[in-house]
Design a protein around this ligand. Sequence first.
Ligand code: C5P
Length: 287
Amino acid sequence: MDTTVSLLAPAKVNLTLDIKGPRPDGYHELETIMHQVNLVDTVHLRRLTDGIEVSTDSPLVPGDSDNLAYRAAVEFFQATGIAGGVDIHIEKHIPVGAGLAGGSTDAAAVIKGLNRLYAAGLDIKDQMVLGARIGSDIPFCILGGTALARGRGEILTPLSPARNLLMVLAKPGYSVSTREVYARYDQGKVTRRPDTGGVEAALASGNLAGACAGMENVLETVTLECCPEVALLKQMMTDLGAVKALMSGSGPTVFGIFLQREVAEAACAIINRYYEEVFIVTSFERG
Ligand code: C5P
């Protein structure tokens, strides 16, 4: 058995995000199309005889038991009954508190990596069930690709992968709390909902214009109230040639979809004059 393993942990964006209503467990019933992009953290795992250690190269990420990656390791050892430990080091590139599932994807990588390191034999479903105990986005991060998520986010249907989707991601200089955004969600304020079925069908037939036409995120109504820069960034992206611009997840990151790399690169350079965290990405392809 290997003693170390390193995994790529990609960010996600929500191509659509709709809320069907509150749930008895305090969460919200979701319908969202999630899509992995090639902005990645690298997660290094090394077997230890016992204990869980977490370190990162980012001062913004907790290096202790508050880190989702730490909680993922605890759940893994508890669920499998394996006696062992792990040293986790995260090379962070995905912005934190951004609506890009940065913490969830690291936790997903820990579950996948520990399953390999300890030859635990968990199939992908087992891993997703384990991940759902830690966070709603983790099952998708384990599944990967492009998928429709329902329930809390754990009921997943894989979709035709949206290949070579070219995007510029830009995050305002602050983070938002997902919990707070959901808590302040008011259905009455929503004027535009995504056409989830339409986007799904358009993606399946490779009709990008059709897919863009149906993309919306109902959480923008909440985040826009406290973060007017989200509206500004959407406008900037469109003015600079994006065929669609939308907030990802609970925000505040905005993604713009572009058709030509030169146009995306020019947009990226201009937005980068005003915002530090700006990236050109395309769809994540498993190596
Ligand atoms: O599951 P996770 O801890 O990542 O979710 C963060 C917060 O987002 C939850 O505490 C909850 O307030 C909110 N949430 C929700 N409905 C969902 C997913 C998350 O209300 N489907």
